[in-house]
Design a protein around this ligand. Structure first.
Ligand SMILES: [Zn+2]
Length: 63
């Protein structure tokens, strides 16, 4: 999981959380991470829009 990261502007789309954070070099990153146990879906994007789209289109296998 990615709970060690400090997320800003966290929203939730279905079971997926989208959060923005800054990597070690101060660059913005956006993560879409599913909160369902045993799913493990988690991806990073440079763009917030891309992360939100990934969250919206995630088909959770463990619902
Ligand atoms: Zn999922």
């Amino acid at each position: 999981m990615t709970t060690h990261r400090r997320f800003r502007s966290v929203i939730r789309i279905g079971p997926v959380q989208v959060g923005t954070f800054y990597d070690g070099r101060g660059r913005e990153k956006n993560t879409a991470a599913c909160t369902a146990p045993r799913c493990g879906f988690s991806v990073d994007y440079d763009s917030r829009a891309a992360a939100e789209l990934a969250a919206r289109t995630h088909r959770c296998p463990v619902r």
